[in-house]
Design a protein around this ligand. Structure first.
Ligand SMILES: Cc1ncc(COP(=O)(O)O)c(C=O)c1O
Ligand SMILES: N[C@@H](CCOP(=O)(O)O)C(=O)O
Length: 477
């Protein structure tokens, strides 16, 4: 399997090459040349497999340059009930991603039982082990540069802390994240972890990551890699749980389901899109945004209009405070039929701060064929949804999952089972939970005094050169 850039100007590469390389040299994102296909017979065979078996089925199609026995060992080491055993005390951790039935036809897919209590752990724990393996094989080290709005950062740092030959430089916005999210990252004292607080919003952080990666000389000299969903390894690992949830919620492969996906950078919804392209019977992928509704606006109107930093709102689902959805470029590459020149033209406009409209060229009409629909949610909506789910089902959900559930219920088709992705646990968003329910969320004993721990971070302006200087100073520590 070879991987190509959405901008069409980079040489095709293998899985291991793009795993360590991150952003493509032409500024695009890597995609498989073709999506591997699962036939009806394959799906029948996969029904009943456990998480590790499914992960191997899916990932061995993508990571086909890693010997099967090695890949299997990495997967078996990653997806255990111990690694994914930090969630609600009544969850079945042996399932890795348990599906919780709220009522007939309505489910929550638990993705946040990993060590940092957010869905990012699902892919990031695997990535940590894959990096370690690939670096040892190549005899290299890597400096990971990442951007976070709250959850990628801690998931990456927990997955990479103490790992040989890996340093992490994580950019986070000065405002917006909860105290719990900040403490998860900033309290880590490991020498290979560097937290950089940026005076700006998440999009500024992600722009810096891309600008540093686009300086090819700097990237090569300091061996810069990526852990954001820029990295195809992340997206491919996220594809697995769509399969797991589908088999858990259905009895036959003739059924179609809807997934509701709390969205920001569009990595999670993109993984659902990829699962569907591979043959999983998905009828709808419901993209749910918060007040930062750039994706909802696109799926309703055909206009993609990334907002400026000043227009980006701080909300009570802060991890989704994103106004430039990186992975959307991958979907548009598919929508255009892999017309890389068109994608380049569109993203050159985006990089200039402009918007684009896919209606005139007739491309927007094709979106329907991909099952993607959308909606948005507000603070009042998420408070009401958290209360409703607690009162009706006795289940406490976080603010992001509430956005997904609210929009999912609005946009679902009658008779189609709806699976809402739980992207974080309530413990990360205590203030919002207290406001909605007047009570404290459950939190794992191991994180009981998190906010009281000493913290370590540096504060910088949203300035690419300043970040480069900091990396250069520590890249060989
Ligand atoms: C809790 C939570 N929910 C939803 C999202 C949005 O996911 P994506 O960026 O993959 O669209 C994020 C961040 O990515 C998140 O941390
Ligand atoms: N919401 C994310 C933002 C980064 O998204 P990614 O999937 O591209 O890593 C976060 O919590 O940091």
């Amino acid at each position: 399997m070879k991987y190509v850039s959405t901008r069409g100007q980079s040489p095709a590469q293998t899985f291991s090459e793009i795993l360590l390389g991150g952003l493509a040299p032409d500024g695009g994102l890597y995609l498989p040349e073709r999506y591997p296909q699962f036939t009806k017979a394959d799906l029948q065979r996969m029904r009943g497999m456990n998480y590790r078996e499914l992960a191997f089925e899916v990932l061995s199609r993508f990571a086909d340059d890693i010997p099967a026995a090695d890949l299997k060992a990495i997967i078996d080491k990653t997806y255990t009930a111990e690694v994914y055993g930090f969630g609600r005390s009544d969850s079945d951790f042996s399932q890795i991603t348990p599906v919780r039935k709220l009522e007939d036809g309505l489910y929550i897919l638990e993705l946040s039982n990993g060590p940092t209590l957010a869905f990012k752990d699902m892919a990031m724990q695997l990535l940590g082990n894959l990096f370690e393996y690939a670096l040892a094989r190549a005899g290299q080290d890597i400096n990971i540069l990442g951007a976070t709005s709250g959850d990628t950062g801690s998931a990456a740092e927990y997955a990479m802390r103490g790992k040989k030959n890996v340093r992490v430089f994580m950019l986070s916005p000065l405002e917006g994240m909860t105290r719990f999210q900040q403490a998860q990252m900033y309290s880590l004292q490991d020498a290979n972890i560097h937290n950089i607080v940026v005076r700006g919003v998440f999009d500024d952080c992600q722009d810096i990551v891309k600008a540093v990666s686009n300086d090819l000389e700097f990237k090569a000299r300091y061996r810069i890699g990526a852990v954001n969903s820029i990295n195809w390894g992340r997206v491919s690992a996220q594809v697995v749980y769509y399969f797991k949830a589908y088999f858990a919620a259905t009895k036959s492969n003739d059924e179609e389901v809807a997934f509701s996906v709390p969205s920001g950078n569009f990595g999670n919804a993109c993984a659902g899109h990829v699962a569907r392209m591979m043959g999983l019977p998905i009828r709808q992928i419901i993209v749910a945004t918060n007040e930062n509704d750039v994706l909802d606006e696109f799926f309703q109107t055909g206009v993609y209009r990334p907002r400026t930093s000043g227009e980006t709102q701080h909300t009570s689902s802060p991890s989704m405070d994103i106004s430039k959805a990186s992975n959307f470029e991958r979907f548009i590459a598919d929508l255009t039929g892999r017309d890389y020149a068109k994608v380049t033209e569109l993203w050159q406009a985006v990089d200039r701060g402009a918007s684009f409209d896919l209606k005139p060229a007739g491309l927007f009409d094709k979106v329907k064929g991909y099952g993607l629909v959308s909606g948005h949610s507000s603070h009042a909506d998420r408070m009401a949804t958290i209360r409703q789910v607690w009162d009706k089902y006795g289940v406490m959900i976080d603010t992001h999952t509430a956005d997904g559930l609210k929009v999912g219920l609005e946009r679902r088709e009658a008779g189609v089972k709806l699976i809402c992705l739980e992207t974080a646990l309530p413990a990360k968003f205590e203030d919002a939970i207290r406001e909605a329910l007047g009570r404290e969320p459950e939190r794992p004993q191991s994180l009981a005094n998190l906010e009281a721990l000493p913290q370590r971070y540096e504060v910088l302006d949203a300035d690419t050169e300043a970040v480069k200087n900091l990396i250069a100073a520590h890249a060989n520590d």
